[in-house]
Design a protein around this ligand. Structure first.
Ligand code: CA
Length: 734
């Protein structure tokens, strides 16, 4: 055998390392070809025969657009892999396309860049050449997102048929487009029979618009045909892109034994019939918007699933059965027919929404359906079931609800004792045959994804770095901010800090005043802090004056740039004054394209602003996008503010997202938002939830709250106002 290897090496004049590996039971040897450059890769690809492997040498492969087109054989695939798992990193403008049959790709990492095309890993070369009977396993795609959040791509696109995508990490997609998609068309055959298993779909932040699905199979166009794709034993962990974690848009797919962990949204049977959703585990841990399964269409089975601690409501309820559209077009909502929902266990969930979404368009109730032997236990004795419309088409049989009284027809209402079983899930006592299988277990977090890449590498947190003292000298803060490491805390000495540059915040940064005395920042540029792509900012115990800012319209103390995404902004014990040099001088201004995950103002005093305290109203294209997911204001004082102190906008009728959400409590508004064409102390347009508690409004404009989509909630409690406190366009206060 070794002789033949040497002669082969001579005969091809091959310069790279060639190893001959004898595999017992195989009639022929296979070759491993180690390659160190894209050119060597091309040569190796040309020479590869069934059973061979191309091995990328360890190191960074920058701007490497890999085309892997080859023909393996059943049982003798051609493999592209890494010298060492985790040590081959594709960066910059890189991607991978596959075409042919019996191909395997494994152990590659995509990081520190983005794909220049519409896909990172594609099971096709082009429309004509696709991969079939092929496998991608042990791939990591980590933060490989296009920098412009609105520019869409798919990280993994499965074409062809008989393909498998497994044991991979997909983490931190921040731009639009699905994390993994099955693309279907008649030319390639619509029966895909793909297998998607043992992947770790890691955290994905809210996109702030439609197009943030983690997994989608098909489109509405071909949804009446069957894909026969199986999705099993995957984790979906904090996959919070939008209301559809999974968007099922084809027939006869199976979702079995997956774990949804603290994931906002729901597994949505959006289009297509005959799905089986069984043995899945949903753990919400009380996090907002964590949902379960949403049922639309015909012949779907939802069986033996377990849900605990889900707080989602409406479209993101633990279980949702939707109203349909009569004679629905393909892209709307087919009436629920012949749904079987049985033996599911729901523990401490916020809502089970039956007949959800009924409106003038969605007017067709569910029919010929069964809701049987489900167990619904809320340990606080509440009944999460909410029923809307005509549910006579659902046969309710043998359900148990642990409420003092339940509205579920025919359900037994009783207290059910629970204990944590060996598999970690709650097991009920004394209700045999009701709820999920008692031995239901879930796939471990260690059993999904790859073992050689961390699952917990989050970006640096605020205050996780060093503490650095900053003297009260002109531009000392400028230098400190420019040289700060991620998570550093800059502690200012008492006195005046003059800043003559825009401080770019590209990583988490804290700036705080001394424990004794007061630090005051004055700035001479139009912006003091500008938050960038990976920035977050915390300001504490200091004073900021706008008196030295240039005489221009639209100045801001903190500006979120158009690429600021998923950032946190916290102001605590901050006094802001003299933002008056020209008009529209804001404390915080969000540029179009930016999205805050959380903005928190506590004990902030803002006096004398010609703009707003928070202006997050730049997304005026009415596409359902917005600039702040969660805003919390507590114990603050806003005086002599020309614009609305808080100005949040989300336009359009898209139903894919949960924000913006606002809470304001214990805050004084005095002389706020009286002028302008539309006076408002607070202006909330398209905000999904606003909770205003124990605030005082004097000599101020009203609170404006306008519905644009969904069922927004305004809670108005214990507030005082010396004039008409609020205006609604088309919602009722609760
Ligand atoms: Ca969607």
């Amino acid at each position: 055998m070794w002789g033949s290897a040497r002669s082969l090496r001579r005969s091809v004049g091959w310069i790279a390392q060639v190893l001959l590996v004898f595999v017992p039971g195989w009639a022929e040897a296979r070759e491993d070809r180690m390659v160190r450059t894209p050119a060597e890769y091309e040569q190796a690809l040309d020479r590869s025969r069934p059973g061979d492997r191309i091995v990328l040498a360890n190191g960074e492969w920058r701007d490497f657009q890999v085309l892997f087109n080859a023909e393996g054989e059943d049982g003798r695939p051609i493999t592209l892999t890494a010298q060492t798992p985790g040590a081959v990193i594709l960066t910059g403008q890189s991607n991978l396309r596959m075409a042919g049959r019996h191909l395997v790709v494994s152990n590659l990492v995509f990081r520190d860049g983005w794909s220049p095309t519409g896909e990172v890993v594609s099971f096709r070369q082009n429309r004509q050449n696709r991969a079939v009977n092929s496998r991608v396993t042990g791939i990591v795609i980590d933060g490989f997102s296009k920098p412009d959040r609105s520019e869409s791509d798919n990280w993994v696109a499965m074409y062809g048929f008989g393909n498998r995508f497994d044991h991979s990490h997909l983490i931190g997609k921040t731009n639009a487009g699905t994390t993994l998609v099955v693309v279907r068309d008649e030319e390639q055959g619509l029966e895909n029979r793909h297998l998607i298993d043992h992947n770790w779909f890691g955290p994905r932040p809210p996109l702030g618009s439609n197009g943030g699905e983690t997994l989608r199979i098909g489109t509405s166009h071909d949804s009446e045909s069957s894909s026969f794709t199986t999705v099993t034993a995957n984790w979906f962990e904090r996959t919070n892109g939008e209301v559809e974690i999974i968007s099922n848009k084809s027939g006869q797919n199976t979702y079995r034994g997956n774990v949804f962990f603290e994931a906002e949204g729901a597994l949505t049977l959006r289009h297509g019939d005959g799905a089986v959703v069984e043995d899945n585990v949903f753990i919400g841990n009380g996090r907002p918007n964590t949902g379960g399964i949403r049922v639309i269409n015909r012949n779907n089975t939802v069986r033996n699933n377990y849900m605990e601690g889900l707080r989602g409501e409406g479209f993101a309820s633990a279980l949702t059965i939707l109203y349909g559209v009569p004679n629905s077009p393909l892209n709307r909502y087919v009436q629920v027919q012949n749904a079987v929902i049985e033996n599911n266990t729901l523990v401490d969930v916020a809502e089970v929404a039956l007949g959800e979404g009924m409106d003038t368009e969605r007017s067709a109730p569910p029919i010929d359906s069964r809701f049987a032997r489900n167990l619904i236990v809320n340990r606080d004795g509440s009944d999460p079931v909410r029923m809307t419309g005509d549910l006579g088409g659902i046969a309710f049989e043998g359900n148990v609800v642990s409420a003092h009284a339940t509205i579920l027809p025919g359900a037994e209402s009783r207290t059910v004792a629970l204990s944590r079983g060996r598999g970690g899930l709650m097991v009920p006592q004394g209700v045999d045959g009701i709820g999920a299988r008692r031995d239901l277990a879930f796939v471990g977090r260690n059993a999904v994804g790859v073992s050689w890449y961390p699952k917990d590498a989050e970006r640096a947190a605020l205050d996780s770095g060093q503490t650095i003292a900053v003297a009260a000298e002109e531009d000392a803060l400028t230098l400190a901010a420019r040289t700060a490491a991620p998570g550093d805390r800059l502690v200012l000495a008492a006195g005046d800090h003059v800043v003559n540059a825009v401080l770019a915040v590209e990583t988490p940064l804290t700036v705080e005043g001394p424990s004794d005395g007061e630090a005051r920042i004055l700035f001479s540029r139009p912006t003091l802090f500008e938050i960038g792509r990976h920035g977050s900012l915390k300001l504490a115990n200091l004073s900021i004056s706008g008196a030295e800012a240039p005489d221009a319209a639209g100045n801001a103390v903190v500006r979120a740039g158009s690429d600021a995404f998923g950032y946190r902004l916290e102001l605590s014990g901050v006094r802001v004054s003299d933002l008056t040099v020209n008009r529209a001088f804001d404390l915080i201004a969000a540029e179009p394209g930016s999205l805050a995950s959380r903005i928190v103002l506590s004990a902030v005093t803002a006096e004398g602003l010609t703009g707003s305290v928070l202006r997050a109203s730049a997304e005026t294209r009415d596409l359902g996008t917005y600039n702040a997911e969660v805003v919390e204001v507590t114990g603050s004082t806003f005086r002599r503010i020309a614009g609305p102190a808080i100005d949040l906008y989300r336009g359009g009728t898209d139903e894919s997202t949960f924000g913006p959400r606002l809470t304001v409590s214990g805050t004084t508004f005095q002389g706020v938002g009286q002028g302008g064409a539309v006076p408002a102390a607070i202006r909330l347009i398209g905000v999904q939830r606003a909770e205003l508690t124990a605030n005082r409004f004097t000599e101020s404009g009203p609170v404006r709250f306008e519905r644009r989509v969904g069922a927004p909630v305004l809670i108005w409690r214990d507030n005082q106002a010396d004039a008409d406190p609020f205006l609604f366009s088309n919602v009722e206060a609760q």
